[in-house]
Design a protein around this ligand. Structure first.
Ligand code: ATP
Length: 222
């Protein structure tokens, strides 16, 4: 379990989130909602240590007491960005092979590519293009999920994985996430989309209001 207690997030002198506490259980599928600019992306970036926001935190976990283990052990964490960057010069399949090797889960790269075909309909030619260059918004989104499947993380932060997607693709994304949400894999998914919320039927919903987090939890965890 990941427990985040009383974390404050500031950008320079601006307070973005105050005194946020949150618990993520193994296998839990959580959705985070909240109005534009409230701090959802900052929150994910802070947890994944992507940005130099200042924060005070106290994070605990039974197996990794005292350590922010996901910051040290990057292989267990995946962050799906709201705005994936274009990287000319890096061919997507080379990048995927690299992250597959780095996160050695015993599954070969070929096995993972086969798994990909099971989860989603990928145009193989796109794998040989430079990363995200000229990709449509929807294609960038789908390729973020391809990275997730190849990485096989235990903790997934997804920032608006459905933004800009048509209705059919939004349904596909829900299916991919549900298919990938096995018992020990935890998801925190940011969305504004009620359709995704409905499809995923999450275990909990975190609503950011007035710089605070309000949690609605469906299941009672021991
Ligand atoms: N680098 C930065 N410089 C200045 N302000 C920033 C920076 N990064 C974040 N902020 C501010 O922090 C606040 C929270 O931004 P954040 O992107 O986390 O919002 P969000 O809840 O994800 O919004 P949305 O739903 O629109 O994506 C915003 O007011 C934003 O302008």
């Amino acid at each position: 379990m990941i427990k985040i207690k009383h974390i404050n997030i500031n950008f320079k002198t601006k307070r973005i989130l105050s005194n946020v506490s949150l618990r993520l259980f193994p296998g839990e599928l959580c959705i985070m909602i909240g109005e534009n600019g409230i701090g959802k992306t900052c929150f994910i970036n802070t947890l994944s240590n992507m940005d130099n926001y200042t924060h005070q935190d106290w994070i605990d976990d039974k197996q990794h007491r005292g350590g922010m283990w996901w910051r040290k052990d990057r292989s267990t964490v995946f962050v799906g960005f709201q705005h994936p960057v274009e990287i000319p010069g890096i061919i997507y399949i080379h990048f995927l092979r690299l992250i597959s090797k780095r996160n050695n889960t015993g599954n070969t790269f070929t096995n993972k590519l086969q798994k990909l075909n099971k989860f989603m309909d990928v145009d193989n030619n796109m794998l040989y293009r430079p990363m995200n260059v000229g990709f449509s918004g929807g294609e960038k989104r789908m390729f973020e999920l391809i990275q997730m499947i190849i990485t096989e993380p235990s903790l997934c932060f997804l920032d608006e994985p459905d933004s800009g997607l048509d209705s059919k693709k939004t349904t596909s994304i829900s299916k991919i996430l549900l298919g990938f949400n096995i018992s020990n894999r935890t998801f925190l998914v940011v969305t504004h989309n009620p359709k995704l919320l409905n499809h995923l039927s999450p275990d909990s919903i975190y609503n950011l209001i007035n710089n605070k987090v309000i949690c609605f939890r469906k299941k009672c965890y021991a």
